[in-house]
Design a protein around this ligand. Structure first.
Ligand SMILES: C[S@@+](CC[C@H](N)C(=O)[O-])C[C@H]1O[C@@H](n2cnc3c(N)ncnc32)[C@H](O)[C@@H]1O
Length: 294
């Protein structure tokens, strides 16, 4: 995912979901009236969520909001879009699953700030295969007593559409690594237990870890198609002359998987809605022990 401008034009559903999450959950965080806190946004993407949704929610005493992303294109776009808010708002390129975090720009920044008081992450952690290292890194980036609010996708009919397309002989050559683009919790029978177990092993107190169904209806079929395809990592592998066919096949599979998903989620959702996007999210609020346990 390295098309910042296109992503920022197609992420209405993600913005809606982050707005709701911040409205419902941000009040649980404890802010110190004395300290000028430092805040991190993991996997900030093009920065519209960081700058337009997260920043206005932070107390004015926050001295630094750092967005980071593994994609250089995203970070370049984010920095260029927010020069007026620098240096209070700044952006860095680092993989949250880096094995040598202290040697990265984010590690250096955390050292300079003496750790972050709060970490947020929206729609990013399901892209990270190495969950243990990324959670260990989030833990080490936080100060003792620091808190994190995390939202990521556990399940989606889109993942089942990837698998169906991978099993189609026409498309399998372009989708060999489909599993790498599916949430690590997609096949879990108990994502809450799996995720909270790793969090506790890394030294977090888990205040809340909750699944939530999310549904968003795009105004038009074209909007739905654009936003779905901007996230599709396989389209760039497909030869130009086959792209339209691929998109049409993918959208058909996605609609089919949506119908199955809707019937599992709720009987009220059985009515077909072609422009609806469905996700199952995990929303988590954790706190780092005052004592380091690692
Ligand atoms: C769907 S976007 C979400 C962006 C933004 N948080 C939002 O809510 O709109 C996911 C972002 O996570 C980033 N990402 C994926 N893997 C990452 C990793 N290992 N470390 C840091 N960022 C990562 C991607 O580059 C992408 O910009």
């Amino acid at each position: 995912m390295n098309q910042p401008a296109l992503y920022a034009r197609s992420n209405a559903a993600q913005r809606e979901s982050v707005s709701r999450m911040l409205r419902d959950w941000a009040g649980r965080l404890r802010w110190s009236p004395e300290e000028q806190e430092a805040v991190l946004d993991v996997g900030c993407g093009p920065s519209d969520v960081t700058a337009q949704l997260l920043l206005p929610r932070l107390p004015s005493s926050v001295r630094a909001l750092v967005g980071h992303d593994v994609s250089e294109e995203m970070v370049r776009h984010a920095a260029a879009a927010n020069t007026a808010l620098a240096p209070r708002l700044r952006f860095l390129c680092t993989d949250i699953a880096a094995r040598d975090l202290p040697a990265t720009p984010l590690g250096a920044c955390a050292q300079q700030l003496q750790g972050f008081h709060k970490v947020f992450s929206f729609y990013a952690l399901h892209w990270v295969a190495d969950q243990r290292t990324s959670l260990r890194n989030i833990h080490s980036l936080l100060r003792p007593g620091g808190e994190a609010l995390l939202l990521f996708v556990v399940n989606s009919p889109m993942y089942d559409a990837y698998i169906a397309m991978q099993n189609n002989p026409r498309w399998c050559d372009f989708m060999k690594d489909a599993n790498g683009f599916i949430s690590p919790y997609h096949r879990s029978t108990d994502p809450v237990l799996d995720f909270s177990t790793v969090l506790r092993q890394m030294g977090f107190n888990v205040h809340a870890c909750r699944l939530e169904h999310f549904r968003y209806c795009y105004p038009t079929m074209q909007n739905f198609k654009d936003s779905t395809m901007v996230l599709n990592p396989f389209l760039k592998e497909v030869p130009e002359e086959l792209k339209t066919l691929f998109i049409n096949d993918f959208m058909r599979e996605h609609q089919r998987e949506k119908v199955k998903y809707m019937s599992m989620v709720s009987s009220q959702e059985s009515e077909r809605n072609d422009t609806a996007l469905y996700h199952l999210h995990l929303i988590t609020h954790v706190e780092k022990h005052n004592q380091d346990v690692l």
